[in-house]
Design a protein around this ligand. Structure first.
Ligand code: B12
Length: 375
């Protein structure tokens, strides 16, 4: 293990140095060095909350950035995340992390279908350090089980975490269900948008960008009146057009027909031509199927919140990911054309797809424009 002599203060520079040391340990797969780094930072006078949020959290975000840029493998990402989870647990058991709970119980849960538990875990630990008794329910908490937990525990509030925008409809359902029994909900995590716009649209009682903001909000949280007979459409009137319902119910068929159109199979769909087919045989076809399936998921989420940018952002993200792996992206406009063609009777869906297509063509160059596009 390296010594900690060179890092002794809590200045941003020093925190960055602790972060670099943790990063080295994560990349070496060295759990003991990683935990030793966190303990050394505590010994040097850095408080546990700062270690969690300004050393571990940025290192974890860097794991994602390095994976996206194809500089580390999926295995390295998984290993680093697993080590960070162990470091967070070790910090909670360190004498510097002991706080007597005095503020009551708070349920900290990930939305149904949401597997990003680490952000919620960081939040739970910060709340514990601030005097709460968090019940950390982990990843993928089905809403009925969350509600059963609230009935059994007399929680003061729910802190609901979601990182993937495709889980937004489930998040909305969870917020409404908690409020129906009078428990206030603070929502957070990257799915809700950088400014928390979707949390507000869903009527969440609060939103915060990070764990510190969540702790500050919770101090003022009081029981709320139970929400009576509330439906998603009450918050999102555009759902009356049934476009979200159509796209989600028909997702498997949309994906299948798009893939067939891309490969020139089955009945012709639109004008996108098979020459845009991704190269690389069966593996490439399987990956294209996964990408298209994700597109349809994000299209559904964009329709749910009525935000073109949610879908456009995902298309941009996909281009980044594919280009970092030297996978050709010239077939993507054809996919959007095929989707648009199948959504002929759905003006909102066509608007969302068209906006993404414009952004994609701007990025890839107008030479890729597909004549006769339906978008
Ligand atoms: C680790 C990881 C995983 C792990 C999660 C394991 C675990 N135990 O958590 C696994 C492998 C399961 C995973 C799966 C996937 N992942 Co992932 N993952 C990540 C990664 C690398 C780190 C997440 C993390 O811990 N971040 C660190 C913390 C600190 O993040 P944070 O959001 O800033 O948290 C703070 C705030 O958001 C806030 N907060 C969080 N929750 C709450 C709640 C409340 C109430 C409040 C107030 C505040 C709050 O407080 C936190 C602390 O201050 C990110 C990259 C990244 N940059 O985050 C990708 C990332 C989130 N994943 C991504 C993707 C695409 C996926 C998959 C779809 C991949 C796939 N093809 O299967 C799946 C989806 C699974 C699912 N349905 O949930 C993308 C999302 C892109 C997008 N369009 O949104 C990212 C951004 C990767 C990338 N660089 O592109 N992933």
């Amino acid at each position: 293990m390296k010594g900690s002599d060179e890092v002794t203060s809590t200045s941003p520079v020093a925190l960055a140095q602790w972060g670099d040391r943790l990063w080295g340990a994560l990349m070496d797969g060295d759990e003991f060095e990683a935990a030793g780094t966190a303990f050394a930072a505590l010994d040097a006078g850095v408080d546990p909350e700062t270690v969690l949020l300004e050393v571990i959290a940025p290192a974890q975000a860097k794991v994602g950035g390095e994976w996206a840029a194809n500089r580390i493998s999926v295995a390295a990402e998984h290993a680093a995340t697993a080590i960070n989870e162990r470091v967070i647990a070790a910090l909670a058991h360190h004498p510097a992390g002991q706080v007597e709970p005095s503020l009551g119980r708070v349920a900290v849960a990930c939305v149904d279908g949401e597997w990003h538990a680490l952000p919620a875990r960081l939040l739970a630990e910060v709340l514990r350090l601030r005097g709460w008794q968090p019940d950390f329910l982990g990843a993928h908490v089905p809403t009925p089980h969350l509600i059963a937990h609230l009935h059994q525990t007399n929680s003061r509030a729910v802190a609901l975490s979601s990182s993937i925008p495709t889980r937004l409809p489930a998040a909305h359902a969870a917020i409404t269900a908690c409020q129906a029994i009078g428990v206030p909900v603070i929502a957070g995590g990257s799915a809700f948008g950088p400014d928390g716009r979707y949390a507000r649209r869903f009527g969440a009682d609060g939103w915060a960008a990070d764990a510190r903001g969540a702790a500050d909000w919770l101090r003022g949280a009081t029981p709320r009146p139970a929400l009576a007979a509330h439906h998603p459409i009450d918050d999102l009137p555009h759902l009356a057009d049934q476009e979200y319902t159509f796209v989600t119910r028909n997702a498997p068929a949309l994906v299948r027909r798009t893939l067939q159109g891309l490969y020139g199979e089955g009945e012709p769909v639109g004008d996108a031509s098979a020459e845009r087919t991704p190269d690389g045989g069966e593996d490439a076809r399987q990956r294209a199927a996964e990408d298209i399936s994700t597109f349809v998921g994000f299209l559904g989420a964009a329709l749910y919140v009525d935000d073109d940018d949610l879908f456009s952002h995902h298309i941009r993200w996909t281009v980044d990911i594919l280009e970092a792996r030297a996978v050709p992206v010239t077939w993507l406009p054809g996919v959007l054309d095929l989707l648009a063609h199948q959504l002929n009777d759905f003006p909102r869906a066509r608007r969302v797809v068209a906006a993404a297509r414009r952004g994609l063509l701007d990025r890839l160059g107008s030479s890729l424009s597909t004549p006769g596009s339906q978008a």
